[in-house]
Write a protein that binds this ligand. Structure first.
Ligand SMILES: *Cc1c(COP(=O)(O)O)cnc(C)c1O
Length: 378
């Protein structure tokens, strides 16, 4: 008998209330019944995004919302800047290039956060940048960027700041309106505890200027059409009805716990996970800017990281993530985002210990679990 556990940075486990909501019979979307559901979802999303701006719900994974940001804000020949510190930063660059926009790239070493003064210097030299693309939680490296500081720097210019909060939202704080962030994109399958399939994009007034001017080709992700629809509590195309029904359950769960408590829980789980990694002798990949959504640690010397992840998943039923891109085979990434409790983390760490022992790594069995428990007992 094998039981499966999911500790990956997307998708994340589903609470039973969400599974129940997903099993309900489908209703039609052009009805007052669905309109009421959509209205509730819109309001709940605004609370989670910490904004008064419209939050558009798209039927796509998170990358669709990223694409929506690119095609709705930019025109061919525009100057854009990508803050690129991992695989998901690279995605902004690739998306821009797919539409014939060659962005400037501000490279940040993988595992490090961006020094806001470096950005300030860059923006002082390079004028007329329309859009700055950044990432809240760089899931590939386990880094959380200081979006508040970045937003302050960008706010002193005419540029619009876009934040990929796909893995960060609902795990770490992001005050869209208070911090002056112009565009926030998200997906359903991470902090929001839903299956994949919904993309979200919130757009400020300042950013909407660019939407009005944008000449990039677009059809499905045209936010002007989405705006016309949202003003009538409608959607331009058939929405993912079942997922939006489930979204309201997720928002209800989040409302009951409260954003403050959600962030506190993630912080504690992250601290426990990091303590366990250190106790096991696994070096944290981003010790100075470690994310509270996902922990990345280097695989010990002589251990094959891909085999380790495979052993945990295929033999023991615990799925964590390995490294991506240039860190393939070199990292373990344990997610503590969304519907994750203390004992999910303990389970993940104990499984990691078993797999490491099996693969011949020398350490004191139980050291990671003990270190995590000590943090959780505080
Ligand atoms: C997961 C993730 C994405 C990609 O989202 P998809 O839903 O797979 O399209 C983009 N950015 C970040 C930071 C992510 O964690």
């Amino acid at each position: 008998m094998k039981k499966n556990f999911l500790l990956t940075p997307g998708p994340t486990p589903l609470p039973p209330e969400i599974c129940e909501a997903l099993s309900r019979p489908i209703i039609h979307h052009r009805t007052p019944q669905f309109q009421a559901i959509l209205k509730e979802a819109e309001e709940g999303l605004k609370a989670v995004f910490q904004t008064k701006n419209d939050v558009f719900i798209l039927t796509s994974s998170g990358t669709g919302a990223m694409e929506a940001a690119v095609v709705n804000l930019l025109s061919w020949g525009d100057k854009a800047l990508v803050i690129q510190g991992g695989k998901f930063g690279e995605r902004w660059t690739e998306l821009c290039e797919a539409y014939g926009i060659k962005p400037l790239v501000l490279n940040v070493e993988w595992g490090k956060a961006l020094d806001p003064d470096v950005l300030k210097g860059y923006l002082n030299k390079e004028k007329a940048i329309k859009v700055v693309f950044s990432t809240l939680c760089e899931t590939s490296t386990g880094v959380t960027f200081d979006i508040k500081a970045i937003s302050q720097v960008v706010g002193e210019t005419d540029s619009v700041l876009v934040v990929d909060a796909i893995s960060g939202l609902g795990a770490v704080d992001l005050c869209m309106d208070d911090w002056g962030v112009d565009v926030v994109v998200c997906g359903s399958q991470k902090g929001l505890m839903l299956p994949p399939g919904l993309g979200f994009i919130a757009v400020s007034k300042k950013a909407w200027q660019l939407v009005e001017e944008s000449k990039c080709p677009k059809y499905y992700f045209d936010l002007k059409e989405a705006k016309k629809a949202i003003d009538k509590t409608d959607t331009p195309f058939t929405p993912a009805i079942g997922l939006i029904v489930a979204l309201n359950e997720a928002l209800k769960i989040m409302r009951a716990e409260g954003l403050e408590n959600i962030f506190k829980r993630h912080k504690k789980l992250a601290e426990a996970t990091r303590a366990a990694m250190i106790a096991l002798g696994l070096e944290l990949f981003s010790p100075t800017a470690a994310s509270d959504a996902v922990t990345a640690a280097k695989v010990p010397h002589g251990i094959d990281g891909e085999k380790l992840v495979k052993l945990m998943r295929d033999e023991y039923g615990v799925t964590i993530a390995g490294g991506q891109g240039e860190m393939k085979g070199k990292l373990v990434r344990i997610a503590h985002m969304g519907y994750i409790s203390e004992f999910d983390i303990i389970l993940g760490i104990s499984c990691l210990e078993k797999a490491l022992k099996k693969m011949g790594y020398n350490f004191e069995l139980g050291a990671g679990v003990r270190a995590a428990q000590e943090v959780l007992l505080k």
